[in-house]
Design a protein around this ligand. Structure first.
Ligand code: SF4
Length: 708
C-alpha cells in the first residue's frame, strides 16, 4: 500500500502569516489575545493557548493588551473600537482577504450593487460586509440566486476567498439567467484553489482519500467535497487518533491532503500512523521520493471516534510533546526581515498588478511590475511563473510586518553584479544580447546594461554596427567600475582568443606537403594570401601557375576558395608558404608527347629581349626563339621580326626538361605556314592543338602542326 500526499497541502500563506504574527506578538508581549481562534484547528489553538495566546470574542471581557487579528480579518469599526479601548493591534489579516475588503469598500462607496458569494456567517464574510459599510447581497449557491427577490440590472460579483471557481461561475450564470449584467471580480484565493486542484487530481489516482483538518474550516470541508466529487471514499480526520483501520482495508493507494489550517506536524502524524499501523508506505506526490515503509506488524488499532463528528474532540489533547513541536515548527518558519535583505520565496500569484511571493513571512510580499525585471517585458508571466522560486530584495516592510514590498529586479541585479565580478576576475566571457547602437558603440544586456566600444566589437573596425542589434554576443569584461556599476565589454577579445586557439590547432596539424583548403583574402603584387582557417599563408606569384604570371589577379581573386599545397613552414616566424600550381597538372611532365622535337606549333610572342623572343605554346610552356632563329637573314633586334602578342608558328628544336627550356625556331617554318595576324593586346594561352589531342592528331586534322 502506498500513501501519496497532495502537493500543495496544509498551511496556506495567510494562515502561516497570522500564526507567525501571533508568535512574534507572544515574543514581544509575553501574553496576547486573539480575536476568535486563529485557525480552525483545535490542536494549534490549544498550543497557542498554552503559550499565552488567549481567545476572546468580546473586547469588554478582558483588560486591554495585545490583540492579534486572524487571517479572516475584521471590520473597520471593530478595529477602531479595539484601538479606542487601548488594545495594541497585530493585524494578521491575509493580504488576499484585505484585497476583497478594500474592493467591497470601494465598490460600495461608488454606489455599485454588490453580490458576495460566500457563507454569510463566516467571519471573513462578516468582515467584508463590515468594510463595505452598507448591506450587500450574500448568496452561497446558484439556487439562492433563484430565490432572490428583485435584482438590479447590473451587479459587481465578489466572492469569499475560499469559494470554488465553479460555484462562483454558477452563481454568475444564475444571475445572468435572471437578466443581470455581471462584472466578475477575481477574489478567489490561489492557495485554496491550488490545494483543491491538487486534491482533485490525487483523488483520481487513489483508492481512498484522507483529508487532515478541522470540520470547522471551510476550505477543509471543500477539500472533502472535491475529493468525493471524484467518486473516491473520503474521510476527514482532525488527528491521527481519528483514523479507522477499516477505511484502508483492501486499499492499495491512499491519498492524503490537508486543509489550509492543518499544521505539518499533524499531517505527518497521520501519515506516520498509517505507515506504522497499517504497514503502508508513503511518498510525497511529485515532490519527494517514497518514504521507507516500516515493515513491522500492524497492531489492531484502538477504536477510533467518528472523524467528522469530532470537531472538538482533539482540542482537549494538546499534549506537551505536541506543544513543543508545534512551537518549534513556528519558530523555524519565523522570519524577520529588514530592508535591503535578499531572501528566497515562491511565486504564488502573477497578475497585471504585480507578483505575489511567499517568502515564509507573516504575509506574502508583492513585487510591483516595475521591480520585476531589468529587461523589458510585455506580461509578467514572461518573467516568472506560479510555483517558481525567486530571489528578491526587501524594499519595504513596516513595523507590523505588513506591506512587504519586494524587488526581483534588484536581487537579480545584485546576483548579476556578483556574477559579472567573478567573470571579470576569472577572465571568462559573458554572453549578452545587443540592445541598441549608441554613440561610440553598443549597449549589451548581460543582466545589466553594459557598454561595448565600437573598437571592441569586431576584429576590424566596423562603421555600421546596426546589424549587431538583437544578436547574442560573447564578450570579455575589460573594465568594471563597482561604484558606478559600469561594465565595459569586448567581443573582439573573444574573437582574438578564438582566433589564437584556431591558429594553434592549425599549426599543430600543418605539415609540409599537405594539401589544404582555404579562401583567398588579399592580393598583392607579389602573391595571394590564403586563410587556412586559423592562419594565413602566402602563395608567391611564382607558385600561382605553371605559366608566367604578371599579377596574381590573372589567376585568383579575393574570396576564391582554393586548394593549396603547403610548401614550407616557418614555425618560428609563423610563416606558411603555399603553392597553387602544385595542385594542378604540370605541363612539363608530358612535354615530349605534346611537343615532340621537330614538330611545328602555333604560339604567342610574350616577351622580346635583345637575344630573342619568348613564345608561349601552352599554359606553363614557353620557349625561346633565339635571334639567330627568327629569320633566314641577319636580324639586328628581334623586334624587327616579331611583336609582343603576335601569333607565330614555331618549330621545336630542343627540349631540356631539367632546366625547363625549349628552343624554338621561326625561320625553319615554311613561310607559307605562318599566320597573317596582328599583334594581340592580351597574351592568350594557345594550346598545342585541341585539348588532349596529340600533335600528330592535330596535324592530321587541320594541318597546323607538321612533322619535320
Ligand atoms: S486561504 Fe487564502 S485567503 Fe484564506 S487565509 Fe489562506 S491564503 Fe489567505
Amino acid at each position: 500500500v502506498k500513501i501519496i500526499r497532495a502537493d500543495p497541502s496544509g498551511f496556506c500563506p495567510g494562515v502561516k502569516g497570522a500564526l507567525n504574527l501571533a508568535c512574534q506578538a507572544l515574543q514581544e508581549e509575553g501574553r496576547v489575545y486573539t480575536w476568535g481562534p486563529l485557525v480552525h484547528n483545535e490542536k494549534v489553538v490549544a498550543t497557542l493557548e498554552q503559550a499565552g495566546a488567549h481567545i476572546i470574542n468580546d473586547l469588554t471581557e478582558v483588560t486591554p493588551g495585545a490583540l492579534v487579528i486572524r487571517a479572516h480579518g475584521v471590520g473597520p469599526q471593530r478595529l477602531e473600537e479595539a484601538v479606542a479601548r487601548g488594545f495594541k493591534i497585530y493585524d494578521g489579516t491575509c493580504p488576499r482577504v484585505k484585497k476583497v475588503q478594500e474592493l467591497a469598500q470601494r465598490l460600495a462607496a461608488t454606489g455599485e450593487d454588490v453580490v458576495l458569494v460566500g457563507e454569510r456567517e463566516h467571519p471573513e464574510v462578516q468582515g467584508i460586509l463590515d468594510w463595505a459599510g452598507k448591506p450587500l447581497t450574500v448568496v452561497a449557491t446558484p439556487d439562492e440566486v433563484e430565490r432572490l427577490p428583485a435584482l438590479p440590472g447590473r451587479v459587481a460579483l465578489l466572492a469569499q476567498t475560499t469559494q470554488t471557481p465553479e460555484n462562483v461561475e454558477a452563481v454568475a450564470a444564475a444571475l445572468r439567467r435572471r437578466g443581470v449584467e455581471v462584472t466578475l471580480y477575481d477574489t478567489l484565493c490561489f492557495a485554496t484553489t491550488e490545494r483543491q486542484a491538487a486534491a482533485r487530481k490525487l483523488a483520481r489516482q487513489v483508492d481512498v482519500m484522507i483529508v487532515v483538518g478541522s470540520s470547522q474550516s471551510a476550505n477543509t470541508r471543500r477539500l472533502v467535497q472535491v475529493c468525493r466529487e471524484e467518486g473516491v471514499p473520503t474521510y476527514l480526520v482532525g488527528s491521527a487518533a481519528e483514523l479507522k483501520r477499516e477505511w484502508l482495508v483492501g486499499k492499495e493507494i491512499v491519498g492524503v491532503t490537508a486543509g489550509a489550517s492543518a499544521p505539518e506536524e499533524i499531517i505527518e502524524e497521520v501519515c506516520g500512523r498509517m505507515s506504522e499501523e497499517y504497514r503502508v508506505e508513503e511518498k510525497m506526490a511529485e515532490r519527494t521520493g517514497p518514504v521507507t515503509p516500516d515493515a513491522a506488524a500492524a497492531p489492531e488499532p484502538a477504536s477510533l471516534p467518528e472523524a467528522e463528528k469530532n470537531d472538538q474532540a482533539s482540542s482537549a489533547e494538546a499534549p506537551t510533546k505536541s506543544t513543543e513541536s508545534v512551537e518549534d515548527l513556528y519558530a523555524k518558519s519565523f522570519l524577520t526581515l529588514h530592508e535591503g535583505q535578499v531572501v528566497t520565496g515562491k511565486v504564488v500569484r502573477v497578475d497585471s498588478d504585480g507578483v505575489l511571493v511567499d517568502v515564509g513571512y507573516k504575509s506574502e510580499g508583492v513585487i510591483p511590475l516595475a521591480e520585476l525585471s531589468n529587461k523589458p517585458f510585455v506580461s509578467p508571466d514572461e518573467v516568472v511563473q506560479v510555483g517558481q522560486e525567486v530571489k528578491v530584495t526587501v524594499l519595504k516592510v513596516d513595523a507590523e510586518g505588513n506591506n512587504l514590498v519586494l524587488s526581483k529586479r534588484r536581487a537579480d541585479q545584485e546576483e548579476t553584479w556578483q556574477e559579472l565580478k567573478r567573470h571579470y576576475e576569472e577572465g571568462s566571457p559573458v554572453e549578452g544580447q545587443v540592445l541598441e547602437v549608441v554613440k561610440g558603440g553598443l549597449i549589451v544586456f548581460v543582466g545589466l546594461r553594459a557598454f561595448m566600444p565600437a573598437s571592441q566589437v569586431g576584429l576590424r573596425y566596423e562603421a555600421d554596427l546596426s546589424p549587431y542589434v538583437g544578436q547574442t554576443l560573447k564578450a570579455k569584461i575589460i573594465e568594471i567600475e563597482p561604484q558606478r556599476r559600469r561594465v565595459i565589454l569586448s567581443h573582439r577579445a573573444v574573437l582574438e582568443e578564438e582566433k589564437a586557439a584556431k591558429r594553434e590547432a592549425l599549426w599543430a596539424e600543418l605539415e609540409e606537403g599537405q594539401v589544404r583548403h582555404g579562401r583567398v583574402t588579399k592580393l598583392t603584387d607579389f602573391g595571394a594570401f590564403v586563410d587556412l582557417g586559423g592562419a594565413e599563408g602566402l602563395i608567391h606569384i611564382s607558385e600561382l601557375s605553371w605559366s608566367r604570371v604578371r599579377h596574381p589577379s590573372e589567376v585568383v581573386h579575393e574570396g576564391d576558395e582554393v586548394d593549396v599545397k603547403v610548401l614550407r613552414l616557418d614555425r618560428e616566424r609563423g610563416r606558411i608558404s603555399l603553392g597553387l600550381k602544385q595542385v594542378r597538372p604540370d605541363p612539363w611532365t608530358e612535354i615530349r608527347q605534346n611537343f615532340p622535337v621537330g614538330t611545328i606549333h602555333e604560339g604567342v610572342v610574350t616577351n622580346i629581349l635583345n637575344f630573342g623572343a619568348f613564345v608561349k605554346l601552352a599554359d606553363g610552356i614557353e620557349g625561346l626563339v633565339h635571334i639567330s632563329q627568327l629569320a633566314p637573314r641577319h636580324v639586328g633586334h628581334p623586334s624587327e621580326v616579331v611583336q609582343i602578342g603576335q601569333r607565330v608558328k614555331v618549330k621545336v628544336l630542343d627540349i631540356n626538361e631539367d632546366e625547363r627550356r625549349i628552343s624554338l625556331s621561326i625561320k625553319q617554318v615554311p613561310p607559307e605556314l605562318q599566320p597573317v595576324t596582328q599583334p594581340q593586346e592580351e597574351v592568350a594561352s594557345p594550346a598545342p592543338g585541341p585539348e588532349g589531342a596529340s600533335p600528330a592528331e592535330t596535324a592530321g586534322e587541320n594541318g597546323d602542326a607538321t612533322q619535320a
